[in-house]
Design a protein around this ligand. Structure first.
Ligand code: DGL
Length: 281
């Protein structure tokens, strides 16, 4: 039974990695809407129309058992629309605000995400519900997702840009300092080693990818009795995992990256997109 993992680009591979470890007896389809990247700048209603249009085609073609929306910018917006329209379970990823609020010792936490995610009602509600007793610093980074995409494709990181983007994460107040930064974008785990090196002081960088994969596994177990696999031999017999990018010609570096992860890049037309990659009005 196919499982689908969706993101605006290749950042969702940080979630695919965890999902494959837990559910490796299922074939995966990874979908990167690189023609729409970056989602952080999109207006909400237009982004919802775009993603629902893409899922119309994807669900028709693959009939997945479950879909993971491996993108905070999308998950904080479109889960109700997807659940209303399609009859499969959808698992989303949102900033790990509750665990950060529980674990912080200093009481100062930062949510590092795209400009779209930090302004969403959903994110603000999470803070009200779980972190109102903490000091929460919201940082909307405009260049980090692109930096991560470039880094993943083998380009050197511009450390000065990285430093500028993450420096607002570090707050000192009343003799205390930020001790947790939650990675509210699935692209950021690919930059975390470099972030660690240039951070002004050590913090915990929280990545909810594994928790999301566990939630997907729980949902599968609930619907079809899938259990946590241990040394499962069926991995050898499994179907080829594939990747679909929405832009007409993904770069050689992306093709190499996906191939290296065992994903076969596959062409697929999306009727809801024009040639330029935008939604047909
Ligand atoms: N990977 C996406 C997220 O988790 C967003 C990157 C973007 O398209 O701006 O929010």
């Amino acid at each position: 039974m196919t499982l689908l993992v969706f993101d605006s680009g290749i950042g969702g591979l940080s979630v695919l990695r965890e999902a494959r470890m837990l559910m490796h007896d299922h074939p995966f389809v990874y979908v990167g809407d690189d023609a729409g990247f970056p989602y952080g700048d999109w207006e909400g209603a237009a982004l919802t129309r775009r993603i629902v249009g893409l899922f119309d085609t994807l669900i028709e073609r693959f009939d997945p058992k479950l879909a993971i929306v491996a993108c905070n910018t999308a998950s904080t917006l479109i889960m109700p629309a997807l659940r209303k329209r399609f009859d499969i379970p959808f698992i989303g990823i949102v900033p790990a605000i509750k665990p950060a609020a529980e674990r912080t010792a200093s009481g100062l936490i930062t949510v590092l995400a795209t400009p779209g995610t930090v302004k969403r009602r959903y994110t603000l509600d999470l803070i009200d519900r779980f972190a109102s007793h903490r000091q929460v610093n919201l940082v909307g980074a405009t260049r980090l997702a692109r930096l991560a995409e470039e880094h993943m494709q083998g380009h050197a990181i511009d450390i000065e840009i990285l430093r500028e983007e993450i420096s607002p994460c570090f707050v000192e107040s009343g003799g205390k300092r930020t001790d947790i930064v939650t990675l509210g974008c699935t692209h950021y785990p690919f930059l975390v080693n470099e972030m660690r090196k240039i951070a002004p002081w050590p913090v915990d960088w929280l990545d909810p990818a594994e928790a999301v994969a566990r939630q997907a596994l729980r949902e599968l177990s609930r619907t079809d009795g899938t259990v946590v696999p241990e040394n499962d031999k069926r991995i050898d017999a499994r179907q080829q995992d594939i990747a679909i990018m929405t832009s007409p010609s993904p770069s050689a570096a992306v093709t190499r990256l996906l191939g290296g992860l065992g994903l076969q890049l596959t062409d697929m037309p999306f009727p809801s997109l024009t040639d330029s990659g935008f939604v047909v009005p």
